[in-house]
Design a protein around this ligand. Structure first.
Ligand SMILES: [Zn+2]
Length: 132
């Protein structure tokens, strides 16, 4: 039973995304992941510099806090992206990458190229945005 569901998923995606295309997306996702990891590493170093530099007056201190808040927002965004990349890589492994998680239709490849970790097809995405 489970096996036949898996097979139909696989057949579905094999129709639309070729092995070559899947490899392309896998590589794109991994490149993106590496870039973010490198970014996070750099930010970590900057963070250490900030901590060791002395905050002599209030202006510096305010600036430091403001800077930190911005950094935190960027960090959160990057961690969120890492999560999405990991989910997409996992989906490539189990053969469900490029399939809408709402209607289970195949997501348009051009949409995937723009949004590597898109999890909904364009129609479902539009419906979701309308509900907001
Ligand atoms: Zn959909």
């Amino acid at each position: 039973m489970t096996k036949s569901i898996k097979n139909s998923y696989y057949k579905n995606i094999a129709d639309k995304l070729t092995k070559k295309e899947l490899l392309f997306f896998k590589k794109e996702l991994e490149d993106k992941e590496n870039k973010i990891l490198l970014n996070l590493k750099n930010q970590d170093n900057e963070g250490n510099d900030n901590r060791t530099s002395d905050l002599r007056d209030e202006v510096d201190h305010a600036f430091f806090l403001e800077n930190n808040a911005t950094n935190n927002a960027i960090l959160r965004e990057q961690y969120k992206m890492l999560n999405q990349i990991n989910r997409s890589l996992h989906k490539i492994n189990i053969g469900t990458y490029g399939i809408c998680n709402l209607c289970e239709e195949v997501i348009d490849i051009e949409r995937l190229k723009v949004t590597l970790f898109a999890e909904q097809c364009i129609s479902c995405k539009e419906l979701l945005e309308q509900k907001r």
